[in-house]
Design a protein around this ligand. Structure first.
Ligand SMILES: Cc1cc2nc3c(=O)[nH]c(=O)nc-3n(C[C@H](O)[C@H](O)[C@H](O)COP(=O)(O)O)c2cc1C
Length: 186
């Protein structure tokens, strides 16, 4: 009996030691639209948020990148993105990450046409989500999450999707406190 209890305790300890967090995000550099006009981003807005979450959590971090790059020019990129959305495209990723060992995953994207970019769908469909806790974050320029949370829950119905954070892209550099509160709440 003692032996069984000890084994159970060790198994539980191993489980909690293996509890790990990952930040996964897609973000685009190049021209982008803000209420002040077109800007040229060297680091994407979602990447700024992802970096801060990583710093606060000490999590591993992974950036989704597509094999085919989107246009740097803003309007051309919106056209490409709309085409992909309409076609339910699943753009290929340059690399992927094995998420098996992570139980909590912060998942971030820029709002594109009211939802997440199609490469995020590529990522979602490539993995098993049962038992994972997903914490969404997004940047946008007016739409908030749009339909993305609904789309996310439908795509990974066996995961627990927590309350997310959406931040206006052009304000990410001053959103530090908001991001701290968001991470602190989890
Ligand atoms: C292709 C494309 C589509 C976009 N669609 C929307 C949209 O539907 N609603 C919105 O609020 N912002 C939209 N935006 C603005 C981005 O969501 C916003 O600038 C975001 O912060 C960009 O993040 P990133 O720099 O990480 O890529 C769009 C931007 C692009 C490039």
């Amino acid at each position: 009996m003692k032996r069984i209890i000890l084994t159970a305790i060790l198994a539980l300890a191993a489980l909690s030691a293996s509890a790990q967090t990952l930040v996964v995000y897609y973000s685009r550099t190049g021209q982008n639209y803000t209420s002040d006009g077109i800007v040229n981003l060297k680091e994407g807005n979602t990447a700024v948020v992802a970096r801060q979450i990583q710093k606060l959590t000490g999590a591993d971090i992974f950036q989704l990148e597509t094999v085919r790059q989107y246009a740097a020019e803003y309007y051309e990129c919106t056209r490409e993105a709309q085409e992909e959305l309409n076609a339910k495209a699943r753009p290929a990723l340059k690399a992927d990450i094995d998420i098996t060992k992570y139980d909590t995953i912060y998942l971030g994207w820029p709002c594109w046409w009211g939802t997440y970019p199609m490469c995020v769908a590529t990522f979602l469909e490539a993995h098993e989500w049962t038992g994972k806790t997903v914490i969404p974050f997004s940047t946008h320029e007016g739409s908030g999450f749009g339909s993305a949370l609904r789309d996310l829950k439908a795509a990974i119905p066996t995961a627990t999707v927590k309350k997310g954070l959406s931040i206006q892209g052009s304000k990410v550099k001053t959103a530090g406190k908001q991001i701290e509160r968001f991470v602190g709440d989890k």
